[in-house]
Design a protein around this ligand. Structure first.
Ligand code: ADP
Length: 394
C-alpha cells in the first residue's frame, strides 16, 4: 500500500472504519473495512480485506475495550499488522452536524473543535461520539491531519423557505431549522449520477436513502433543494426504530397526560418506534418481509405509505420529477419494497420493469417510463475519503 486514508464513523457503541489506498492521480482503492461494535457491552472487532475475506474477528471483555480510544487502538494494531511499512496520510471522520453554516468538509484545528462542540446540543446522541473519535486520533497520532465531513453540509444549498419551521423567527436564528441528514450519501449519489445515468444527473431527482435510518432528498442539478429529515434525524420517513414525522402535539400529550419523562420519550422516539414499534417483531426489513404476522405487513405498508407521501411532497417542491433513485440497505437490496413504492408512484409516471427490479439492475423502470427509476448503491465512506484527499491535497 502507498499512502492510506483512514475513514472513521463513530456511533454510540461502535467505531466503524475503512482504509483506502491513494493511488496515482488520487484514485482511491478500499483496502479494509470493519468495525468495533458493542462498546460498553460486548466489544467485538470484525473486519474484511479488499477481497471481502475476513481479516479480523475478535472479542474482548467489556473493560478491555470500553471506549472509542481503546477501540481505535485495536483498529490501529490490526492495520499495523496488515499494512506494515505503509503510512497514513490522514483521517476523515463522519460528523453528523455541521451547524447552520458549514457547507463543506473542514480541516480539524483546535478552533474547529471548539466550534463543533457548540453543535453538540443539536445532535446530543451522535456529535459527542464523532468528536470523541477525533480526540482519540489526536491523542494517539497528534501529527496526523484530520478532516470532518458533515451529514448536514449537502443540504445547505436549500432556500431559507425550505429550512424554516413555522415557529417565531427568532428560533430559526437560534438554530432551530431543517438541517437534513444523510448528506454524504446524497452527495455520493449526486457525484455518481453523471457516470451511471447522465440523462438525469442535472434533472429533478428524488433520492430515497432507505437504511436503518431513512430519508429522502429532492435534488436539482445535483444540489439539495429539499429533505424529509429536519432539525434532527427523527423527522420524515418511518425508520427501523424511529417514527419519522410526528404531530408535535403527541409529544406534549405523552409528557403532560401520560406522565412520561423527557428521557422516556427520547428513548421511545429513537429506540422503540418505527418498524420495530409497529410490528412488535423487529427493525430488520428482511425479517419483516419473511414474516406472516399481520403487524409485520402493517409496518411494511406504513413504511411504503410514508415514502409515497414524502415523494408527492418532494415532487411538488421540484415542480415534477425526472427520476427516482433507491439507495442504502433496503433501497439497494429489497426488490419487494422497490416494487411496492413504484406501484404507489405510478401516478407520477413511474413504470417499473419487474425483471430489472428483481435483478437490481441500475435502471429498473421500463424503456417507455415517463419518470425513470434507478438503484444506485451509496458509499459514504468513499465520499469521506475523497473529501479528505482533496482537503489534504493528495
Ligand atoms: P445503516 O447503515 O443505517 O445501519 P443499512 O443501509 O445497512 O443501514 O440498511 C439496513 C437495513 O437494510 C435493515 O433494515 C436491513 O434489514 C435492510 N436490508 C439489508 N439487506 C436486505 C435485503 N436483502 N432485503 C430487505 N432488506 C434488507
Amino acid at each position: 500500500m502507498g499512502q492510506g486514508i483512514l475513514v472513521l464513523n463513530a456511533g454510540s457503541s461502535s467505531l466503524k472504519f475503512s482504509v483506502f489506498e491513494v493511488g496515482a492521480g488520487g484514485a482511491l482503492q478500499a483496502m479494509a473495512v470493519g468495525q468495533v461494535e458493542g462498546l460498553g457491552t460486548a466489544p467485538r472487532l470484525k473486519a474484511k480485506g479488499a477481497d471481502g475475506g475476513v481479516i479480523a474477528d475478535q472479542s474482548w471483555t467489556t473493560s478491555d475495550v470500553a471506549n472509542h480510544g481503546q477501540a481505535l487502538q485495536e483498529i490501529a494494531t490490526l492495520l499495523r499488522s496488515r499494512f506494515s511499512g505503509q503510512e497514513l496520510a490522514g483521517v476523515g471522520h463522519r460528523v453528523v452536524h455541521g451547524g447552520p453554516n458549514y457547507s463543506a468538509p473542514l480541516l480539524i484545528t483546535p478552533e474547529a473543535m471548539d466550534t463543533l462542540e457548540t453543535f453538540v446540543p443539536l445532535a446530543p446522541l451522535h456529535q459527542p461520539h464523532n468528536l470523541a473519535a477525533i480526540r482519540a486520533v489526536q491523542e494517539a497520532r497528534p501529527e496526523l491531519p484530520q478532516v470532518a465531513c458533515f451529514d448536514t453540509a449537502f443540504h445547505r444549498t436549500q432556500d431559507e423557505v425550505a429550512q424554516l419551521y413555522g415557529l417565531p423567527y427568532e428560533y430559526f436564528e437560534r438554530g432551530i431549522r431543517r438541517y437534513g441528514f444523510h448528506g454524504l450519501s446524497y452527495e455520493y449519489i449526486a457525484a455518481t449520477l453523471p457516470e451511471v445515468a447522465p440523462e438525469i444527473a442535472a434533472g429533478r431527482v428524488v433520492v430515497a436513502h432507505l437504511g436503518s435510518g431513512a430519508s429522502m432528498c429532492a435534488m436539482h442539478h445535483g444540489r439539495s433543494v429539499g429533505s424529509s429529515m429536519g432539525f434532527t434525524a427523527l423527522d420524515g420517513l418511518l425508520m427501523g426504530t424511529r417514527p419519522g414525522n410526528l404531530d408535535p402535539g403527541i409529544i406534549l400529550y405523552l409528557l403532560q397526560q401520560e406522565g412520561m419523562s423527557a428521557r422516556d420519550v427520547e428513548n421511545m422516539l429513537y429506540k422503540r418506534s418505527g418498524l420495530l414499534g409497529l410490528s412488535g417483531i423487529g427493525n430488520d426489513m428482511r425479517v419483516l418481509q419473511e414474516s406472516d404476522a399481520p403487524r409485520a405487513r402493517l409496518a411494511i405498508d406504513h413504511f411504503v405509505y410514508r415514502i409515497s407521501r414524502e415523494l408527492g411532497g418532494l415532487a411538488a417542491v421540484l415542480g415534477g420529477i425526472d427520476a427516482f433513485v433507491f439507495t442504502a440497505g433496503i433501497g439497494e437490496n429489497s426488490a419487494h419494497i422497490r416494487r411496492l413504492v413504484c406501484e404507489q408512484a405510478k401516478w407520477l409516471g413511474i413504470d417499473l420493469d419487474a425483471a430489472a427490479n428483481e435483478q437490481a439492475g441500475q435502471r429498473i423502470s421500463s424503456v417507455g417510463s415517463k419518470v425513470s427509476a434507478w438503484v444506485v448503491p451509496t458509499n459514504e465512506e468513499l465520499m469521506i475519503a475523497r473529501h479528505t484527499c482533496k482537503l489534504l491535497g493528495l
